[in-house]
Design a protein around this ligand. Structure first.
Ligand code: NCD
Length: 321
């Protein structure tokens, strides 16, 4: 057995999340996060050497909402680990859901056919509902405006890899903080691993970070500022988000807010040289493409880290020791 595969097996012997659902970042302890990060790092360095660790396992990707990165990175992750995939992604209209089947029956059925179900659904709480009905682990790939835990892990691991987290950090979260499930999960997760930070929540009044999330930062003794104005000089991390068009009943309101922020090449001059610019993607107009070649832009690194994070999560949940 080669070195990295041995290392991955060693990590999986020390700790595990076997058969656990992944619904919210709130369910994880510091030791789980450290375990997942070491697994992520080993997978990242493995150059495909873990290609058969999940052979004979099958993952269903059940997506009731559009997705490019999350669905394809889960499918890529499972394929790279040697497992099989039942993809119900853009084909949801061809499944029995279109005949009126409810989520519970769909989950029970897919649990008879696969070992893990990755679920994206427009309703908050749907992942928990699925987990309550399921005999196989459910991985929440986004439940409405609720949470997106696997994105939060990949965001956190990108921060670990790109930023010196021993120094005090100012993390600016920018855009649609009301509907953005990625920022909801990420604030909760960061609060678990660091105290030496300050959040700056930058949004128009209508798209403010919900109070329950702010309450979690407060409970951890983490300071925050709420402002509509984006200051480029002090943040160490810019986490930019898209205004979530699909969450607006009134599209006129969306049109009014959609261009609230746009980072351009000129703004880079005011940022710290060590800062990083993150985005869960897809972007609409929040970051001009001329920013992409700057060394501080890490959003496509996030995509690659998403693959390794999801490989680590699938191994953690499915790998028999
Ligand atoms: C995010 C999502 O679906 O919440 N996308 C993703 O999974 N990378 C962000 C978004 O859609 O704006």
């Amino acid at each position: 057995m080669n070195k990295t595969k041995k290392e991955i097996k060693k990590i999986l012997k020390r700790h595990s999340l076997i058969d656990r659902d992944i619904i919210s970042v709130s369910q994880f302890e510091q030791s789980d996060i450290e375990f997942l990060y070491s697994l992520f790092t080993a997978v990242k360095e493995s150059n495909g050497e873990c290609s058969r660790l999940l052979r004979h396992k099958v993952m269903t990707a059940l997506f009731y909402e559009p997705s490019t990165r999350t669905s394809s990175s889960f499918i890529s992750a499972m394929t790279r680990l040697g497992g099989g995939v039942i993809p119900i992604t853009e084909g949801i209209q061809y499944s029995s859901v279109s005949k009126g089947e409810d989520l519970r029956d769909t989950i029970i059925t897919l649990g008879c056919l696969s070992d893990v179900i990755v679920l994206r659904h427009p309703e908050v709480g749907s992942a928990q509902l699925a987990a309550d009905a399921s005999v196989v682990p459910i991985i929440n790939a986004g439940d409405g405006i609720g949470e997106h835990p696997t994105q939060a892990f990949l965001d956190l691991f990108t921060i670990f890899d790109e930023v010196d987290i021993t120094k005090p950090l100012n993390i600016a979260m920018v855009g649609d903080l009301k509907h953005g499930r990625t920022v909801h999960s990420l604030v909760k997760l960061i609060c678990k691993v660091s105290r030496n930070i300050k959040f700056t929540f930058v949004s128009p009044e209508e798209l403010k970070m919900p109070n329950d999330i702010i309450g979690i930062a407060n409970a951890h003794g983490i300071g925050h500022e709420i402002t509509p104005k984006l200051d480029f000089t002090s943040p160490d991390i810019f986490y930019i988000t898209r205004v979530q068009k699909e969450r607006f009943k009134d599209q006129k309101k969306y049109l009014k807010l959609k261009d609230a922020y746009c980072i351009t090449k000129d703004d880079l001059e005011h940022m710290k040289d060590t800062a990083i610019i993150m985005h869960p993607l897809p972007r609409v107009d929040e970051i001009h493409t001329s920013v992409d070649s700057d060394h501080r832009a890490v959003y496509f690194k996030q995509v690659r880290n998403g693959l390794y994070t999801r490989m680590a999560l699938l191994l953690a949940v499915l790998h028999n020791r």
